[in-house]
Write a protein that binds this ligand. Structure first.
Ligand code: HEM
Length: 382
């Protein structure tokens, strides 16, 4: 049976800036969103791992407490930095993104509820881990699960938005808005790819906290460096396998794209894989020599390059999926020169302000001694 064309008509409203400006902003803001999400999710996962696996209970609790204090900062950062790509994705891919959002309307609405509950959980942990350290661990686990469910819903929506050929069958089988995209072969490896990256970047967050403590409480700083650095290394090694799984789960033409058919896409993949492998070796060397500078500056620098490269690759992949349906050359552009420079200046100013705020309110800073429970506070040197 012929499937009806469910792609809404192209929006004739002119773009207020050239197409490439929106594309660039989409990629840059998505990069920032995913960075904040990685710090939040990866940080929380490693805080739990440290709490429940540490042989010395006080040390595990201290790392847990330290990260718990930062989570109510990282979650709103993830949300605010998510709104920007949400706007740009609607401008450029609205025809596809709106339709998939309608097909999975209920899970999509549910994201707001899950987000609110997860947020409460992180606040509870941040305020009450002192009085109820045991309960705080379970509440944090609950919030982490909710955050993972949100990420999974996003992966469903974004993969569904790329395959208009599947919409008709889904909608006519059940128009109630309760769909996901579970039959998508790339869904699980794609989601795991994001999750594993979050754990690796969470490891780097611990390395930053190690740097903040390096002089003040050297022994604690060393422990954080070892724990965070190893988490980063093992997660990135696992990522090399998950990444291959993701690649081979793609349709054949897309695999070809990254393995020679498109020199640009292939070069990006090579840069990403070699940089990630290089970062593993650098971190391993930094851990052996306890070189905090390499671990806290050079490795994160290299990983930022890898994530940015991956964001561009993800965008190439979306355009490859949508090639038969998406015609960006049809956009009418009427650049609003009176507001565009102002927007760009405010945008850059806003991003800089974010970093200043994060730095000032707790990204690299350690919890104040007064905030650390007496039982897990800095111990006097023996
Ligand atoms: C706090 C929980 C959140 C998590 C764990 C999360 C995670 C993710 C993940 C994993 C993706 C990539 C999905 C894929 O490509 O398969 C993604 C994409 C995206 N997220 Fe989030 N997200 C969260 C919250 C938000 C919020 C609240 C917003 C908006 C206000 C948002 C906006 C976006 C947008 C617009 C994209 C797609 C960008 C594009 O396609 O280029 N996210 N998110």
């Amino acid at each position: 049976m012929m499937q009806p064309n469910l792609i809404p008509v192209f929006d004739p409203t002119p773009l207020p800036a050239p197409y490439w400006v929106f594309k660039l902003l989409l990629i840059v803001t998505f990069f920032l969103h995913i960075l904040a999400m990685n710090f939040m999710l990866g940080g929380a996962v490693l805080a739990l791992a440290s709490k429940w696996r540490s042989r010395k209970r006080e040390d595990g609790n201290r790392v847990f407490f330290e990260i718990a204090k930062k989570l109510p900062i990282f979650l709103p950062a993830t949300i605010t930095l998510g709104i920007a790509p949400l706007l740009f994705v609607q401008v450029l891919y609205g025809q596809f993104f709106y339709t998939s959002s309608i097909l999975m309307a209920w899970p999509w609405f549910l994201v707001l509820v899950l987000l609110t509950v997860a947020y409460y959980g992180f606040y509870y942990v941040s305020f009450h881990s002192r009085k109820h350290p045991g309960r705080a661990g379970w509440v944090m686990l609950f919030s982490v699960i909710l955050v993972c469910v949100i990420g999974f819903v996003y992966s469903n929506n974004l993969t569904l938005s790329q395959v208009p050929s599947r919409w008709g069958a889904k909608y006519f089988a059940n128009p109630s808005g309760w769909h996901l995209n579970l039959s998508e072969p790339t869904l699980i490896p794609r989601f795991l790819h994001f999750f594993t990256a979050a754990v690796a970047v969470g490891g780097l967050l611990l390395v930053f906290v190690a740097l903040a403590n390096w002089k003040r409480d050297h022994e604690y700083g060393r422990q954080l460096l070892q724990f965070g650095g190893k988490a980063f290394m093992y997660a990135t090694m696992a990522q090399l396998l998950v990444g291959v799984w993701f690649l081979v789960s793609l349709p054949r033409e897309m695999i070809m794209l990254f393995t020679g058919a498109s020199p640009f896409a292939t070069a990006l993949l090579l840069v990403a894989v070699f940089s990630a492998s290089g970062a593993i070796f650098m971190m391993s060397d930094a851990l052996r020599k306890e070189n905090i500078r390499v671990a806290a500056y050079y490795v994160p620098g290299l990983i930022a390059l890898v994530i940015l490269t991956m964001c561009v690759m993800r965008d190439i992949l979306r355009d490859a999926y949508l090639k038969p349906y998406y015609h960006p050359e049809r956009f009418v552009v009427q650049t609003q020169w009176s507001v565009l420079p102002l927007f760009l200046v405010l945008f850059i100013g806003g991003v800089v302000l974010w970093f200043v705020m994060l730095k000032r309110y707790g990204l690299f800073r350690s919890a104040k001694a007064a905030e650390i429970p007496a039982s897990v506070g800095p111990q006097p040197a023996k």
